[in-house]
Structure formats: C-alpha cells, structure tokens
Design a protein around this ligand. Structure first.
Ligand code: ADE
Length: 227
C-alpha cells in the first residue's frame, strides 16, 4: 500500500518509522511518503492560508497550493482522505474497507480547514472515472489542532489489517470473531496473584469451551460498563 501524507508539519509523522509500521515499511508492505505543503508555496512568506470569504474567525487553507501538491499524487485508484472534525466518523469498518486500497492520500488541514473547492474538484466525475474516491473523515467528536494526529491514528488502524503486517495474524482473527470486531475481554498474565488479586479460576481450568464462553460474557459486561 502506498500512503502519501500532505501537511505543513512533516515532523508529526516521525512515529510512522516506529514499531509495526516501521517494520511494515522495511518489509515493503507499506510505503509512506510525507509531503511538506509549504514547499509548494511560491511567495516570500510561504503563505498557506487566508481569511474566509463571508467573514468569521480563523484562516482557510488556499486551494491553489493544495491543488499543486495533490495533482501529481492523485493517480487512478486513489482514496483521498480529508481530515476534518466535520467528517464521517472513523471506525473499524472504515479501517477494514480502506485496508484493501492500493493508495491512500491524507490531506491534513489546519486552522479552519481547507477551501471546500479542493474536495469538490477531486470529487468531480473526471476523477470518479479514474476511481478516485474522496472521504472527509473525523476520528472523534473533539477538535484537534490539525489532521496530522488523526492521520496517524487512521494509518495505524488501517495498516495493521494489511496481510503480513501483524507478527501474529491470529490477533486479527480473534478480533473479527467477536461481535463488533473490537470488543475485548480482560486479559491476565503472570503472576497468578498480584496485590491480593487472583487471576480468574476459569482461565486456569484448561477448559477452552468454558473459557471462550466466560470471555464473551466478560467482553459484553465491559462494553456495557464503558458505553
Ligand atoms: N482535525 C481537527 N479535529 C479533527 C478530528 N477530530 N478528526 C479529524 N481531523 C481533525
């Protein structure tokens, strides 16, 4: 999978070199390229934003610069993801669907976001005919300083679903076996007793059917409590 991230803060993406994602890149399963939006500016002040038409607080990112950076990146079969708190809520199902894409572009807006004509332009029939799909996505009901952290969240959730990325693919099978795909039962390891709290007896029984039943109940209880 090819991933392009466009941002005015490329340094935000340093964690993409670590852990599972770093390994996935060394193995050639994922290729992440980070592009500095400001490098595409042509004025002395490297301006990326301006005041909104119609008035109001904040600044809006200039369409001209976004177009200049996105045009060469957007090829056939691309999912363009525009991060915004006003987008569709990201969840495991969306991660699953995007994991089969060959090319993701993350457009990280800052300030009051990107001029909406950027979305409109790449949503046009000309791009749709080339299988370019545009998604406005939010990772949750809160406002971040920009789309960079949201992109990292999405990249981590999506890339771990790519075959070969997880060291132990059984964790994926287990996740998808339980009802929502991400309801987890509580886990325990050594020692058998810690600060007076014992590991539930059933987990030591060796009775796999009973353990599975217990875990399912626990997962449901936990989900109810955290609703
Ligand atoms: N940019 C600012 N807040 C965001 C959010 N919650 N999700 C995605 N992008 C954002």
């Amino acid at each position: 999978m090819k991933i392009d991230a466009v941002t005015i803060f490329p340094e935000y993406f340093a964690p993409a070199q670590l852990s599972l994602l770093g390994k996935a890149q060394s193995k050639g399963l994922v290729d992440i390229q980070v592009h500095d939006l400001r490098a595409a500016t042509q004025d002395n002040h490297n301006t990326v934003d301006d005041t909104p038409y119609g008035g109001g607080a904040g600044m809006v990112m200039l369409p001209e610069i976004w177009g200049r950076v996105l045009d060469p990146l957007i090829v056939a079969d691309t999912d363009l993801i525009i991060l915004t708190p006003a987008g569709k809520r990201f969840n495991q199902e969306m991660a699953q669907s995007l994991a089969s894409s060959s090319h993701l572009i993350f457009a990280c807006g800052r300030y009051e976001g990107i001029d909406d004509r950027v979305r409109q332009h790449y949503e046009s029939s000309e791009y749709a005919a080339k299988n370019v799909r545009v998604h406005e996505v939010s990772i949750g009901d809160y406002v971040l300083g920009g789309g960079e952290v949201a992109s990292l969240v999405m990249i981590e959730a999506i890339t771990r679903l790519i075959p070969g990325v997880l060291g132990n693919p059984e964790s994926l099978t287990e996740e998808s076996h339980n009802s929502e795909g991400y309801l987890e039962y509580p886990n325990f390891t050594k020692p058998q007793e810690w600060r007076g709290i014992s590991v539930p007896e059933i987990l030591l029984s060796g009775n796999h059917a009973e353990i599975a039943k217990w875990r399912e109940l626990q997962a449901i209880e936990r989900a109810k409590k955290n609703l």
